[in-house]
Design a protein around this ligand. Sequence first.
Ligand code: XUL
Length: 535
Amino acid sequence: MALYLGFDSSTQSLTATIIDAGSGRHDVVFEQAINFDETFPEFGTANGVMRGADGVTVTTPPALWVAALDRMGAMLADSGIDLSRIEAISGSGQQHGSVYLTAEATRVLGALDPGRPLVDQVAPLFSRAASPVWLDCSTGADCAVLTQALGGTAAIAALTGSRAYERFTGAQIHKFARQEPANYARTDRIHLVSSFMASLLAGRHAPIDPGDGAGMNLMDLASRTWAPRALEAAAPDLARRLPAIDDSWAVVGTLAPYWQRKYGFGPARVIAWSGDNPCSLIGLGLIAEGQLGISLGTSDTVFGPVSRPVHDPQGAGHVFGSPAGGYMALTCFANGSLARERVRDLHHLDWDAFSRMLAGTPAGNGGGMLAPWFVPEITPPVPQAAARWKDLDPSDAARAVRAVVEGQAMAMRLHSRWITRAVSTIRVTGGAAGNEAILQVIADVFDAELVRIAPRNAASLGAALRAYHASRLAAGSPVAWGDVVAGFTEPNLRVMPNATAAAVYRQRLPEYERFTAAAAAEVGGQRAEDGFRKA
Ligand code: XUL
């Protein structure tokens, strides 16, 4: 009869999922989201972020995340669910985003007043008003410094799981200390979105888990501890400003009285939060090596569990800690739903028309191709928006639609070969997973069976499952991961590859690889493998 709550603080929304687990039950009893732009127009975000005039700086006011968590508390209180039955709470945060707090935070977090809005109490604590988020590409110079200090691209990837990435927190901290030394000096604690949100719940500074910590270029992946050389390269006196790294299943503390008194929660255990991708791994039931997951969200990601701290030999992917122990390998594409929406809007389509056009056009698109880089791309690295069409008139709506989806799927296939070459089943989630025509293209390109997992928000479900696992572990009655996810991650749709289409893509893939490599080089994109050779 115990309930477990998971949050997902993502780019565009905050979701909460409550599960009823244990005692033979496996039910999702609540899942709701708050959209940031719609609910909090006063923060002035578009798709959850603010874009700087330079086109590469992308931030979110952290107070928005605080306001959303408070609002979700009220929604949960109104849900009719007895919140005192919630035994444990965990969460998922968009990766890499960071929150900068003054020394005053320690006291304020420990004495949150249920009589005042949370945001009024926390907003004065930010020493950096705008939190850099994962879409930010403004730290090229900072990445160069970190790479140099740590012995080159291959060395930093081997140490931290990824080469220096602009959105990774190490480079973001370096930029902050360089550009705003006075504000850096008054920063007492630097959190990730995940550890910050956990701190709000627990009323004390929460640790960073190895899942999200690996998204900073600051953690020694093999030992799961801060890498002193990386900290020194990133900013002065950084070690004392970072939270400790602790297990993903660590109990941070008891839910702060603020939440208990204001919304009727009980003294639930607060479990360390993790990143959205590590949480989605769990929420998709990906707990054994050889499985592959795809999340179709603002960004698209392809990922799977791996047992050792490997790294992408081409330097484009990442390795994070898995919240189930071991590691997860991941490749992230910034042009996910952003690119699909761009093509949809270019032709004034709705999603139904988009799907009809996709289903009505042949595999291979008559040779037409698109490098769908409508915003700067992470994989392959393309430093500026530079969509490239080949043998295709972009004003042909149906072929443009097919080109964006095929381009994305082929990029996923090409850039996931280092995770696993023999893909048997792909587990897919995210907003666009509702679109069966898109799923068919992915199944065909990978020539693999694809299953869709319901409910759709794998990250907040994964967080709730992690709360269940950690709470039972803390109580001395652990549950094996297979039993934790059982009943929650069953497919609600299976898509089989079409043999004829799969054969078309087998031929097309090398061609697409050459086309995109040349297009990336043309716009100054560094071929990741070149960086590796030089290193
Ligand atoms: C992963 C990444 C994105 C964000 C999206 O490296 O940058 O998937 O985590 O929330």
